[in-house]
Design a protein. Structure first.
Length: 199
């Protein structure tokens, strides 16, 4: 009975939330970004886009994560470049005005999507990784199998400095690759702290 009550209460809470602009367009991002100012139409994303990651550097974790997820999930490998249809990653302090504490401000990013430019500009290195996570989550396939992104601007930063998950090692021991996969997925949902319970 208690489970049924919790499910009903959760449904009421969810029903009370207004639909987001992303949801209304068939896109989903977890957690929901603070601001999404969408324009009409979608942008096709494919291997014709080039990656300009000169500002953070090719070895930055956000660049490596983007390359890995695009290759594994969509079979896309972006070549480097700065002309044509460009996906640009940049750490640019002050790119997003948050009025938040410095620890939170560094986690802010702006994702802008146009027909010829996809730009993730972040206040700090953590924000760049979170912007990449949002971009990868946004990619969706249309009925013909083409990958699409919504035109517009998304700005986001967290409410709390730390987003925490618990890993209980006393009741089960997992392989190292399982732990690595867990950490990668936690980061994709913008979790930035894991508490390991050891016994």
């Amino acid at each position: 009975m208690r489970c049924l009550y919790v499910l009903c209460a959760s449904a009421v809470i969810l029903a009370a939330q207004p639909p987001t602009p992303l949801w209304l367009r068939g896109y989903s991002v977890i957690p929901t970004p603070r601001q999404a100012r969408l324009e009409a139409g979608d942008v096709r994303f494919d291997a014709a886009w080039v990656l300009d990651a000169s500002q953070p550097g090719a070895q930055h974790i956000a660049v490596r994560t983007l390359a890995k997820d695009l290759a594994e999930w969509h079979g896309i490998s972006l070549r480097p470049g700065a002309a044509g249809k460009v996906l640009r990653l940049a750490v640019a302090p002050g790119a997003v005005a948050t009025k938040a504490a410095p620890e939170i401000d560094r986690q802010a990013y702006r994702l802008r999507v146009t027909g010829s430019l996809i730009e993730i500009a972040a206040n700090g290195a953590p924000g760049l990784l979170y912007g990449v996570a949002t971009l990868v989550q946004l990619l969706k396939r249309d009925p013909t199998g083409r990958l699409l992104l919504p035109r517009g601007v998304i700005e986001d930063w967290p409410t709390y400095q730390l987003r925490f998950l618990h890993w209980d090692t006393k009741h089960h021991q997992d392989r190292m690759e399982t732990l690595r996969r867990y950490l990668d997925w936690a980061a994709r949902f913008k979790v930035n702290m894991i508490g390991f319970e050891l016994e």
